[in-house]
Write a protein that binds this ligand. Structure first.
Ligand SMILES: Nc1nc2c(ncn2[C@@H]2O[C@H](COP(=O)(O)OP(=O)(O)OP(=O)(O)O)[C@@H](O)[C@H]2O)c(=O)[nH]1
Length: 144
């Protein structure tokens, strides 16, 4: 069934889990299937390497260098996403589509595709005053 999707595809995403080294190693098999199908096709697909689960960066087992080397050796475009939080997912598809079409995305387009990361609101006023010499002026924090 997978061959049906691969044949004639303009772009192929090789997705692995950055916290699971085996999923990265498995890409070799997946890519050999891609190459086999591409041999029979007139047009060559754009291949993108996508590291998923960047929300679990602290549990990363696939080093960034490994990812980048694979991209360099095979001419893949490089992406990191989190399917869980949605981080960079749209951006990844937008970049791949732009690459296929030969369009260069401008800064505004790239920024628009990036989600605003909001930090939790902490109410410091509930903390005992004696603990802080200078109580914080603001109880809100948002990273944009
Ligand atoms: N933290 C985190 N968990 C994720 C992310 N993407 C997927 N998961 C979790 O990883 C597990 C596997 O996700 P699936 O969507 O089943 O992935 P799959 O590759 O289809 O896995 P199989 O069905 O086993 O082939 C689930 O528990 C998801 O919730 C992510 O970006 N971050």
């Amino acid at each position: 069934l997978c061959l049906v999707y691969l044949y004639g595809a303009g772009g192929i995403l090789l997705v692995y889990d950055i916290t699971n080294y085996q999923s990265f190693e498995n890409l070799e098999d997946w890519y050999s299937v891609v190459k086999k199908v591409s041999e029979e096709s007139e047009t060559q697909p754009l291949v993108a390497l996508v590291g998923n689960k960047i929300d679990l960066e602290h549990m990363r087992t696939v080093k960034l260098e490994k990812h980048l080397r694979l991209c360099q050796e095979n001419g893949f475009s490089s992406h990191f996403v989190s399917a869980k939080t949605g981080d960079s997912v749209f951006l990844c598809f937008q970049k791949v589509a732009a690459e296929i079409l030969g369009i260069k995305l401008n800064k505004a387009e790239i920024e628009q595709s990036q989600r605003v990361v909001k930090a939790d609101i902490v109410n410091y006023n509930q903390e005992p005053m004696s603990r802080t010499v200078n109580p914080p002026r603001s109880s809100m924090c948002a990273v944009q």
